[in-house]
Design a protein around this ligand. Sequence first.
Ligand code: CP
Ligand code: NVA
Length: 312
Amino acid sequence: MEKDLLDLSTLTDKEIIGIIDLANQIKKNPEAYNTKLKGRTLLMIFEKPSLRTRVSFETGMTQLGGHGIYYDIATSPMGKKESIADTAATASRYVDIIMARLFSHDHIRELASNASCPVINALTDHTHPCQILADLQTIREKKGKLKGLKLAYVGNSNNNVTHSLLYGCALVGMHISVASPEGPNYEPQLAVVTKAKLLAEKFKTGSKIVLTNDVATAVKNTDVVYTDSWMSYHIPEKEKESRIKVFMPYQVNQELMDKAKDDAIFMNCLPAIRGMEQTAEVIDGPQSVVFDEAENRLHVQKALMLKLLKAE
Ligand code: CP
Ligand code: NVA
């Protein structure tokens, strides 16, 4: 594995499955891992809000015998009085591993290239790899496999979660259909789609990628229906009304779920708003696995830290 995890696209097909396998072992027998990171420290840098990422990383580090430091960018000189490079170089003298949730993907690249310890992307404007590791673990738990399954992602698609889903599905051999409104603001970035297709070819995983504006086609016969917030953390509140108009035809409601397979599961990385990207009936209904996804953040990130620190 490379020093850092900034994008799933830097993993191999075997590495991604290896992380999920280890996450399952940790989930089954957490006590066996509770001193693996004894004396080690994780620095957690946050430039945006969080519930799941913050609490699961900090709890995970505690459960592995180490310590997590929450570091809010608002109370940091980084980006103001101190460069990202100097922050990375200094923090590397204290801690063993860093995770960062930053607005800009370029900034996390800069942080990683100037840190001597591993750096984990905990969400940028471009990708959200930790989320998709947890999602793949969840899908495999529910469906017993990954390869050959079909996932439909519906809604706001020029975003971090969609991009990481494209890489993740390509690597594990899942087919992915992305249904979004038309236009570059809403569709996944072409460079990501191209790279995901190349990954599928490179590892011969058989994953097929389809982009469409037709939500019913995307969802037909699918095993997984996935959606994400229409109001990502960086979107200004003043855009809310216009975005609701654009995305409402892509809302996941029961009628749409009924077009998927009978045993299809519903996923959302959370936070979610009932009545926006999905109805309450769907997210609170029997097909929803949203809290399993949230739980698996804990297990999969513990696995990821052990792999990056070579402390399995
Ligand atoms: N899914 C996710 O990353 O949630 P938080 O924003 O609460 O960390
Ligand atoms: N796309 C969302 C994911 C939140 C976990 C955002 O960037 O806010």
